[in-house]
Design a protein around this ligand. Structure first.
Ligand SMILES: *[C@@H]1O[C@H](CO)[C@@H](O)[C@H](O)[C@H]1NC(C)=O
Ligand SMILES: *[C@@H]1O[C@H](CO)[C@@H](O)[C@H](O)[C@H]1NC(C)=O
Ligand SMILES: *[C@@H]1O[C@H](CO)[C@@H](O)[C@H](O)[C@H]1NC(C)=O
Ligand SMILES: *[C@@H]1O[C@H](CO)[C@@H](O)[C@H](O)[C@H]1NC(C)=O
Length: 321
């Protein structure tokens, strides 16, 4: 066990991309989260992520998407694209199925309290995951990375999603005014961070395995690369860390083990809606949709930023603008 995190550490130092050499807008208002919107706008913004997780988890574990369980929650949003039943081992399947049902609960909770928003178009295709993964690693996978091919790939793909929701909730809570919405978001944050912790634990146990699509790259290295990509896209500094880090990023500077990502006080990182849009769009620009939300996210916050002349690459987008 003493070998854990050593190999990844060497790799990380060699690649040294986590040193902040990408564009960072620390003092930019987009990194502060102080936008003039209501509590309802803020919690509805989170539905974009909850819809994404619901579809990804439910389809992968049960073969059926959100609409098969509750046809009204999507509020007429377009059918999601690309999610599939994943080839999961029985334990992973049970865990992901539970997470999927939890996402339905989260969507219901937000919808019951605020009325909800239409589901945005979701791109959960293999190609989209492979595109993000290739960008993270800096080269094309061979064979092409398929998130639905096996449990390991699926967990690596899952590393992309609940963590972004977690940082969003942490960023949102300080700005909330209403007691009921604070209580709701605290409850959402608790389960979201639990999901992230489980996914990271399952990956941590397999940290030294290599991912064949990226010949020789280990699971730990890949998580660092994904986190680095999200830091780059978010543009507000380090908000994301892989499973193994240099000790100056580890808890109390005493460990390279990083099963949970956190700041120097071991508090969760926060992200603003703009950072979340930059990351999920994959464009590094909250005005330009793409990635998981090719036609843009929904709700007042996302639409406020969306460049009005920009309808993504799909004609269907103009329908709900
Ligand atoms: C947010 O911005 C408003 C208006 O500019 C200001 O009054 C308020 O103090 C700011 N809040 C924080 C936490 O910075
Ligand atoms: C779907 O969710 C809504 C909101 O919570 C709820 O009112 C409705 O009963 C649910 N439908 C089904 C079929 O569970
Ligand atoms: C989903 O993403 C892939 C990879 O970028 C792209 O080829 C495909 O056109 C996208 N699909 C939609 C509906 O946006
Ligand atoms: C850990 O190291 C960082 C950077 O070198 C420093 O800012 C921080 O205060 C240190 N934390 C502790 C608990 O010593």
């Amino acid at each position: 066990m003493f070998k854990l995190c050593i190999i990844a550490l060497v790799f990380l130092i060699a690649s040294s991309r986590i040193d902040g050499s990408w564009p960072v807008k620390y003092d930019d208002p987009s990194c502060s989260g102080n936008i003039s919107v209501t509590d309802v706008d803020r919690v509805q913004f989170a539905m974009n992520l909850e819809f994404t997780e619901a579809e990804f988890f439910l389809k992968a574990s049960t073969g059926k998407g959100l609409d098969a369980f509750n046809a009204t929650l999507a509020k007429g949003g377009p059918a999601p694209v690309g999610a599939e039943k994943a080839n999961l081992d029985p334990i992973t399947n049970r865990i992901i199925e539970e997470f999927g049902y939890q996402e339905i609960g989260h969507l219901r909770a937000i919808a019951d309290m605020t009325g909800g928003i239409p589901r945005p178009l979701l791109n959960l295709t293999r190609e989209n995951f492979a595109m993000f993964m290739d960008r993270a690693v800096g080269r094309k996978s061979n064979p092409r990375f398929d998130p639905y091919a096996n449990s390991l790939n699926y967990l690596l793909a899952s590393y992309y999603i609940p963590y972004v929701g977690l940082t969003g909730y942490v960023g949102t809570i300080p700005y909330l005014v209403s007691f009921n919405i604070k209580r709701l978001v605290a409850g959402l944050l608790g389960v979201e961070s639990g999901q992230d912790g489980v996914i990271r634990t399952l990956l941590y146990e397999r940290q030294d395995e290599t991912v064949k699509e990226y010949g020789g790259v280990t699971v730990a290295e890949l998580t660092n690369e994904i986190s680095n990509l999200r830091n780059e896209l978010g543009m507000c500094g380090i908000k994301d860390e892989g499973l193994c880090v240099p000790p100056w990023l580890g808890a109390e500077n005493r460990t390279s083990s990083n099963i949970l990502a956190a700041d120097p006080y071991s508090l969760s990182y926060d992200r603003t809606p703009q950072e979340i849009l930059r990351v999920m769009y994959g464009t590094g620009d909250e005005h330009r949709p793409g990635g998981f939300w090719p036609c843009g996210a929904n709700g007042r916050i996302a639409r406020m930023f969306l460049d009005k002349g920009y309808y993504g690459h799909c004609g269907a987008c103009s329908a709900d603008n």
